[in-house]
Ligand binder design. Structure first.
Ligand code: SAH
Ligand code: SF4
Length: 365
């Protein structure tokens, strides 16, 4: 049952309750998301920073991303890679080059590679099994996948090949909004896929966008509640950014300050989840991407996709540009983390409370 609402509580009292791990009800989450006084908002960030320090410590984990295919069979209304966008060049990075990039990621001190793509049927179960196995055989990297929705059998095979984690955002906890933005898909199927990942022993990543058309602060509170209910291990929260070649081109971008509040709320309710400061946040406002590390974030995901490909991986405008100065960006963040006294994580950076089931004996290659 939902927690009772106590309207007489001040935001400071609600924060104290959150820091002490007493949980937050929906109305309390809404109260914190609608704070307007900069001093109160600062207290929210401080509380999240405190919980971050207590539960995951000061280490920042680096996860290097390879965006290996921009083909997508899906038609999400918000995304520049949607299949109806005929104006972009599509690419696939050859398998050997993916391996080379994974080695470069390892050499640069990242302990995880994130393989991301559109929903591309060219990458069959067998093909991905081969790529993942080569990475786990030839490097010491943890492998995170971000490939959209796949069947249970596919996910089982990828786990057997050595994949550790999977990112699949729920995008929005509003069933009707999800259905209107993702044609042919449903929030329930997506949540079922997250359950499959959990059952198969993956660390499960999810998250949402902020600023979708028609999205309310109540919807955002429901996002926080869903993340808590599903006990998500990694949570990506980013602003929606309008793309010119999509039906949502005229809709304004999400509010970066609301993204920061969401990062803080997610830290308060999940305690020890891994939370990145997202690329989309940096595309809208570089300073805010840095501020997220004072508001609960503990993961940085540098892009390793070569610019010749990544210029065409425009999920949202500005995304492709990130790769053109990726090396400089990583250097500047490493300097920033040093200045904050936050060391780079040396291990694979699993969620402290996560216990993976490791044996999948009944998978046939
Ligand atoms: N195809 C995979 C992975 C690539 S898309 C998938 O859909 O899971 C990764 C994320 O990009 C999506 O989950 C979505 O939250 C985000 N995204 C898509 N379009 C966006 C936009 N216009 N602005 C901000 N983020 C966007
Ligand atoms: Fe495809 Fe992912 Fe973009 Fe949807 S968000 S169109 S699944 S790349």
């Amino acid at each position: 049952m939902e927690k009772m609402i106590c309207t007489s509580k001040t935001s400071a009292e609600i924060l104290l309750q959150a820091v002490n791990g007493e949980g937050l009800g929906r109305e309390e989450i809404i109260r914190l998301l609608t704070l307007t006084d900069p001093l109160d908002i600062d207290e929210l960030f401080k509380a999240a920073d405190q919980v971050r320090q207590d539960y995951v410590g000061d280490e920042i984990f680096l996860r290097g991303i390879i965006e290996f295919s921009s083909y997508c069979r899906n038609n999400c209304l918000y995304c520049g890679l949607r299949r109806d966008n005929l104006e972009i060049e599509r690419y696939r990075i050859p398998d050997d080059e993916i391996l080379e990039l994974a080695r470069a990621i390892e050499a640069r001190g990242c302990t995880t590679v994130v393989l991301q793509s559109g929903e591309d049927p060219f990458y069959t179960r067998k093909r991905l099994y081969g790529i993942i196995s080569r990475i786990t055989d030839e490097t010491s990297l943890a492998v995170t996948l971000s490939l959209g929705e796949r069947t249970y059998e596919d996910l089982h095979a990828f786990k057997a090949a050595g994949a550790d984690r999977y990112l699949l955002r729920h995008e929005t906890a509003s069933r009707s909004l999800f259905a209107s933005l993702c044609p042919g898909r449903s929030l329930d199927t997506r949540i079922e896929c997250l359950h499959h990942l959990r059952e198969l022993g993956y660390e499960v990543g999810s998250g949402c966008m902020v600023g979708l058309p028609g999205q309310t602060v109540e919807d955002l509170a429901d996002d926080v509640m869903l993340i808590r209910k599903l006990n998500i291990d990694m949570v990506g929260i980013g602003p929606f950014i309008p793309h010119d070649q999509t039906p949502l081109k005229a809709h304004p971008a999400g509010d970066v300050d609301m993204v920061l509040k969401m990062v803080a709320l997610v830290r308060l309710v999940t305690r020890d989840a891994n939370i990145p400061s997202t690329t989309a946040l940096g595309v809208l406002d570089k300073e805010t991407r840095k501020r997220a590390f004072h508001a609960g974030a503990n993961v940085f995901m540098p892009v390793f996709t070569p610019h010749s490909y990544a210029k065409d991986y425009e999920i949202y405008p500005g995304k492709g540009l990130v790769s053109s100065d990726a090396r400089k960006t990583l250097d500047s963040y490493l300097e920033f983390f040093r200045s904050m006294g936050r060391p780079i994580g040396k291990g694979k950076g699993f969620r402290p409370g996560f216990r993976a089931r490791t044996s999948l004996c009944n998978y046939e290659r």
